[in-house]
Design a protein around this ligand. Structure first.
Ligand code: PLP
Length: 496
C-alpha cells in the first residue's frame, strides 16, 4: 500500500542558509512546504491503516536517534520533514488508524485537521475578549451548540479546556469555592474541616488527581461501591455522606460518571442528583467519553438527570471526531467559577464592557489556544445528521461484536455494552480461573503484535478484561470482522 513521502531533494542549496538569520521562512518556500505538507497529510489520512498501529520501538530508541544539541545553523525544511517521516512517524502509535481500538478510539477527522492547521496559522491567544474577540465568542457559541446537540435543557455556560482532567479539576475547585463560609480563596484550607469528595470505585483517576491538586487530600476522596453493572450505588453514597457528617467532616462534592473508563457504566445520575440537592453538595458529571452518545436520539437517556448537575464535562476529542485536545466544561454557576479563578493584573485590565467575556477569569490558564475553530469545523462539516449516523454505526458495530462474543462458548462479556466499547475475555471451560489472567494477557499481546489492531485491558471484578473500543470514522464492519477472526485464531494458537 502506498504511504506518503516527502520529496527528498532540498529546495535551496545549503549556501542559502545565511539569508535565514533574520525573519521567518520566505513566502515562496513556505508555500512550497505548505503544499507538500498538505499533500502528505491527505495521503496519510487516506492510508491511515497502512502502518502498524503499534510501533516496534524500545524506550530510548528515539532519543538515541536524535542529535544531543539543537543545530547551530538553520537546516533545510525538506530535510526536517524527511526526518519527521524517518525518525518520528515510525515511532508513533497510530491513534488515527482504523484498527486502533484501545482505551477510547478517537478520530482526528479531516475538517478537524483543517481547523487545527488554521489555529496554528492565526496563532490567536484568547487571554481577554479584546485579544481575540472571535476566539472568545466562537468558543461560547460552539459550547452552546454542543449543549443543544446533547439535548440538555435551557442554556449553560460552557468553555473549552485541553482535557477532561483539567476540566474536572476546575469543577472541583468551583465546588470548593461554593462553600461561602470557609472563604478558601482568601484563607486557604488551613483551619477548614476536612472536605470530602465522593465518586465511584470505577471513576477515572482524574477525579482523584483533582482532589489531590485542589488540596482536598487523596484520603478524602471517597470511593463509593458499585453494583453488578459497575454503577455507583446511591444508597452507599448517602450512607457515606451521613458517616462523614457524624464525624464532623464536610462533604462538598460528588462526581458521577457517564461512561466509566473500564466498563463504560452510567452512574444513576437522577438519584445522585437528588442526594446532592438534599445534602447541598456540588454535582459534577464526568461524561468525557459517554456524553456525546446523547446526540443520538435513542441514546438520550444516558444524560438523564444531568440537567441538574452543577457542572459537566464532555470530550469532543474522544468520540466526536475532533483532534486532540478539546474538552468542554459546562457550569451552571459560572459566577462561582469566576469567583474561584478571577485575578486581573493591572496590565490586563481596561475593558469595562460588560458584554465582553474574558475567559481567563474562569480558569487557571492565562493563554488560550483557538481550540473552538476545529470543533466548529467538525460540527459544521458533519452536521447533526452526520454525527448521529457515525455514532450510530459505532454503536451498531460494537453490538455486533458483542453478540458474536456472547454466542461463542469460549468467550464471555464482562460488562454490559452501553456505548461502543466491548469488555470481554477468553475463558475456555477447560482452563482454570487462576490461569485466565495469564492467558488473556498473552492473547492481548498476540493481537497487538499483529500490527493491525490495538486493544487495551482493564480489571473488572478482579478479572482481566480485554477492551475493544470502536470510535474511529475509518473503522468499517470489515475491520471488526477481521479483528474477531484474529482474536479467535490467536486464542486457538494459545490453547493448542
Ligand atoms: N474521564 C473518563 C471517564 C475517562 O475515561 C478519561 C480518559 O480516558 C478521562 C476522564 C480523562 O480524559 P483526558 O485525557 O481528557 O484528561
Amino acid at each position: 500500500m502506498s504511504t506518503p513521502k516527502f520529496v527528498p531533494e532540498p529546495l535551496a542549496p545549503p549556501e542559502a542558509a545565511p539569508d535565514r538569520a533574520l525573519g521567518d521562512m520566505p513566502a515562496p518556500e513556505f508555500r512550497r512546504w505548505t503544499l507538500e505538507t498538505a499533500d502528505w497529510i491527505a495521503d496519510f489520512i487516506e492510508h491511515a491503516g497502512a502502518r502498524p498501529v503499534l510501533p516496534s520501538v524500545k524506550p530510548g530508541d528515539v532519543m538515541k536517534a536524535l542529535p544531543e544539541k539543537a543545530p547551530e545553523r538553520g537546516e533545510d525544511m525538506g530535510v526536517v520533514l524527511i526526518d519527521f517521516e524517518r525518525l518520528i512517524l515510525p515511532a508513533l502509535t497510530q491513534w488515527n488508524h482504523p484498527g486502533f481500538m484501545g482505551y477510547f478510539a478517537t478520530t482526528a477527522s479531516a475538517p478537524g485537521i483543517l481547523g487545527e492547521m488554521l489555529t496554528a496559522a492565526v496563532n490567536s491567544n484568547g487571554i481577554l475578549w479584546q485579544t481575540a474577540p472571535a476566539l472568545t465568542e466562537l468558543e461560547l457559541v460552539v459550547a452552546d451548540w454542543l449543549w443543544q446537540l446533547l439535548r440538555l435543557p435551557d442554556q449553560c455556560f460552557g468553555m473549552i479546556h485541553d482535557t477532561a482532567s483539567t476540566a474536572t479539576f476546575h469543577a472541583v475547585v468551583a465546588a470548593r469555592e461554593s462553600l461561602d463560609d470557609l472563604a478558601i480563596r482568601s484563607r486557604g484550607m488551613s483551619g477548614a474541616p476536612p472536605l470530602i469528595l465522593y465518586t465511584s470505585e470505577q471513576a477515572h483517576s482524574s477525579v482523584d488527581k483533582a482532589g489531590i491538586a485542589a488540596g482536598i487530600g487523596h484520603d478524602n476522596v471517597r470511593k463509593i461501591p458499585v453494583d453488578d453493572q459497575f454503577r455507583m450505588k446511591p444508597e452507599a453514597l448517602d450512607a457515606a455522606i451521613s458517616t462523614d457528617l457524624l464525624a464532623q467532616r464536610r462533604p462538598f462534592c460528588v462526581v458521577a460518571t457517564v461512561g466509566t473508563t473500564a466498563a463504560t457504566a452510567v452512574d444513576p445520575v437522577p438519584k445522585i442528583a437528588e442526594i446532592c440537592r438534599r445534602r447541598r453538595l456540588w454535582l459534577h458529571v464526568d461524561a468525557a467519553y459517554g456524553g456525546v452518545a446523547a446526540i443520538v436520539p435513542e441514546m438520550g437517556h444516558v444524560l438523564a438527570g444531568c440537567d441538574q448537575a452543577d457542572s459537566l464535562v464532555v470530550n469532543p476529542h474522544k468520540w466526536l471526531f475532533t483532534p486532540l485536545d478539546l474538552s468542554v466544561l459546562y457550569c451552571r454557576r459560572p459566577d462561582i467559577l469566576r469567583r474561584a479563578f478571577s485575578l486581573v493584573p493591572d496590565y490586563l485590565s481596561g475593558t469595562d464592557d460588560r458584554q465582553a467575556v474574558n475567559l481567563m477569569e474562569y480558569g487557571l490558564p492565562l493563554g488560550r489556544r483557538f481550540r473552538a475553530l476545529k470543533l466548529w469545523f467538525v460540527l459544521r462539516y458533519f452536521g447533526r445528521e452526520g454525527i448521529i449516523a457515525n455514532l450510530r454505526e459505532h454503536l451498531r458495530l460494537a453490538r455486533t461484536l458483542a453478540d458474536a462474543i456472547h454466542n461463542h462458548p469460549d468467550f464471555e462479556l464482562l460488562a454490559p455494552v452501553v456505548f461502543s466499547t466491548v469488555c470481554f475475555r477468553f475463558c475456555p471451560t477447560r482452563i482454570s480461573e487462576s490461569q485466565l489472567e495469564r492467558l488473556n494477557r498473552a492473547l492481548l499481546e498476540k493481537v497487538n503484535a499483529s500490527g493491525k489492531f490495538l486493544l487495551s485491558h482493564a480489571t473488572l471484578n478482579g478479572k482481566l478484561t480485554l477492551r475493544v473500543s470502536i470510535g474511529n470514522l475509518r473503522t468499517t464492519p470489515g475491520h471488526v470482522e477481521r479483528l474477531w477472526e484474529l482474536i479467535r485464531n490467536k486464542s486457538r494458537e494459545l490453547t493448542l
